[in-house]
Every structure is written in C-alpha cells, then in structure tokens.
Design a protein around this ligand. Structure first.
Ligand SMILES: Cc1ncc(COP(=O)(O)O)c(C=O)c1O
Length: 358
C-alpha cells in the first residue's frame, strides 16, 4: 500500500468548522461586510480573456511593495498567509530541525512545520496569555530553524513587545523568525522596517481580515531580498490567481475603506470588552478584530443561544489554556449592536450573569 511520509501520517489535522455558516459570521475573524465596493466593481469588469491567461504576479508585487514601502525584491505575494507559512517551512526546515511556537496560537504554524519532519516545540504563553519571552529564548538551540509568532496573536488578541520580537531575531540568527501580522490593521504596530537590519526576520500580512478578501486568498511575505529569492524558488509562479491579482491594486488604493472599517472594529472591541466587564465574564484585552472570553461550563449553551439568534461565534475550548472560551469577531457598528443585544439576552437566558454574581 502507498504510504504517506511518517511526518504526514502523524500530522495534526485542522478542520475549521466551515459547514452551515448562515447568519452573522463572527467565528472566523473575517470582515463582516466584505471588500471595498471598488474591488467588486473591478471584479465585474474581468473578461474571459483576462481569465484565460496565466496570472502575472510581478506587476502587482511592485504595487504592493510600493504601498508597504519596500522593494519588490523584498516581497512575495502568496495564496494567503497560509501559503506564506508553508513556503517558509519548505525553504528553511529539514527533518529533525526545531521549530518554536507560543501556544495557544494559529494552527497552521504547527501543521506546515511538522509536515517537513521538523520537531515543533510549543512554549506555553505566560499568565493572561502574555508573551513568554524568557521561556521562549531559553528554548532556542543551534537546531532552532523557525520561530513563528502571531502579533497580535490568534485566538487571544494579545501582543508581544516589538523589542522582544527583535531580540528573538538577534538571539537566534540561525532561525527564520516569522512575525505574522495578519491583524496589523487593527493594531497599528509593526516590526516591518526592522527586517533591513535583521536578514532572518520575515513579516506576513494578509488581505483576508481588514480588507475583506479571504475568499480571494491573497497575502504577502516580506523580508531580506536575498532570503526572499530562496522563498521565491519554492513558490509556484502562479500561486496567486488572476482574479486576486486584478483586484488587489484597487483594494490597496481604497485606503479610506479600510480606515472606516478598522475604526468601527476598534470602537466595537471597546464596547464588547466593556460588556464582558459589566457582566463579570473574564476576557482578554485584544488588539485584533476579535475578543476571547471565558464563558466557562455554560459555553455550549452560550454558543447554541447565539446561533439560535443567527450569530456564529467560535468555540476555542480545545486550544491550550482556553477551556470554556469563545472567540467573537467584531464587525461594523451595526453588527456590534446586533451582537451586544444577542449577547445580553443569551447571558441572561443561560444564567451566566447570575452564576458570576454568586
Ligand atoms: C494569525 C493568522 N495568520 C494567518 C491567518 C490566515 O490568513 P490567510 O487567510 O491570509 O491565509 C489567520 C487566519 O485566521 C490568522 O489568524
């Protein structure tokens, strides 16, 4: 019988609960109203001829590079950050190498790294999910070849100090340091300019979150030009499709759309955090477009109650340290009003507020 490689046979599986997502989808950290109307207009203009051609990534990379203030040689467009993670792993990891991640975190670091046969070492986050800089540095060895950190982190919304991330890059020059800034727009702080002095530092950004383009599958990996040449070798020349490439420049040009969306999310985040505080529900302050809260043993009833009101939230109970936790995405002001109204009703209905008061 044909057998997959041992590293693949033992891989953890990642099955996001994609089925039956009708309703207000606050479960995947997507933009709740989608991309800019200008992007949709561009989409409608595409012709059969546009789609008959193999996609040309380079001209759009030049536009994205100028938008982000880097050289085209320092940027690769990818099929989402998911693919950027995969390409980094394929470029730098061999069987037996060590990879450090901080848990809980985004699942794809472990999956892409473990698929190469590398050994993934999970360093638990500190109290209140704070970034465990000392514990992480203490696990660095000469075999460490990748350290992946989401900043802000998913599912906690917590952030690492930028100085700590740069310190890791300095202390582990033999390793690729991936700072995944998928939620950058909601946070506003970045390590991006630092890669010029740190050739082992890579930054990933996505157009799936603030830009509302998760279905297009487009993201970007940035880093030292010589290192990016190596990553580019591993990439298929047509990894980003023609539809995404046609629309990305329009999305980048419509800054106003992103700004007004992000402003609504930030406002909604404060409102949701205030609501949890008032109800006595523990939560973790977030710098992303979602908030993680610990509902506790009533969590299944909470998730069901929200679903019954047409609102999907994500059960994160299986993540390290997240027993009884749900992650709720924040969207527009209108969606936040709907969320807060449903939340109050459900917490009351399942007796969560009384349970806390006792
Ligand atoms: C930290 C983080 N990185 C990457 C991704 C995936 O991004 P993309 O849609 O660009 O593959 C996610 C999606 O949830 C995420 O939370």
């Amino acid at each position: 019988m044909l057998e997959a490689r041992p590293a693949v046979r033992t891989l953890p599986t990642y099955h996001p609960p994609l089925g039956g997502r009708d309703g207000l989808r606050l479960d995947f950290n997507e933009n709740t109203v989608g991309c800019s109307p200008r992007v949709l207009a561009r989409l409608r203009e595409l012709t059969a001829e546009d789609l008959a051609r193999y996609p040309e990534r380079e001209p759009v990379e030049a536009i994205a590079a100028s938008h982000l203030g880097v050289e085209p040689s320092e940027l690769l467009l990818s099929n989402g950050v998911d693919e950027a993670i995969h390409l980094l792993c394929e470029t730098f990891l061999e069987s037996g190498d060590e990879v450090l991640i901080v848990v809980p975190t985004f699942a794809m670091y472990e999956i892409s790294a473990a698929a190469t046969g590398a050994r993934v070492i999970a360093v638990p986050a500190g109290e209140n999910f704070c970034f465990p800089i000392s514990a992480l540095l203490s696990r660095v060895t000469p075999r460490t070849r990748l350290i992946a950190v989401a900043n802000p982190n998913n599912p906690t919304g917590a952030v690492a100090e930028l100085a700590d991330l740069l310190e890791i890059a300095r202390r582990a020059p033999q390793a690729a340091i991936l700072v995944d800034e998928a939620y950058f727009e909601f946070y506003g702080k970045t390590v991006l300019p630092a890669f010029r002095g740190l050739p082992n530092l890579f930054v990933a950004r996505t157009f799936s979150k603030a830009y509302g383009m998760a279905g297009f599958r487009v993201g970007t990996l940035l880093g030292d030009a010589a290192q990016m040449t190596m990553v580019r070798r591993v990439s298929s020349p047509y990894n980003v499709n023609a539809i995404a490439l046609a629309c990305l420049p329009i999305a980048l040009a419509d800054d106003g759309y992103i700004q007004q969306y992000v402003a609504q999310v930030r406002e909604g985040r404060t409102q949701l955090e205030d609501e949890f505080r008032n109800c006595g529900i523990p939560f973790w302050p977030s710098e992303a477009n979602f908030v993680l809260a610990r509902i506790g043993p009533l969590k299944p009833a909470f998730v069901d109650g929200m679903r019954a009101r047409g609102i999907l939230v994500r059960d994160r109970s299986r993540d390290y340290g997240c027993e009884g936790c749900v992650r709720i995405t924040i969207g527009t002001a209108e969606h936040t009003s709907r969320l807060l109204a449903a939340l109050r009703e459900v917490l009351e209905e399942i007796g969560a507020t009384e349970a806390r008061a006792q």
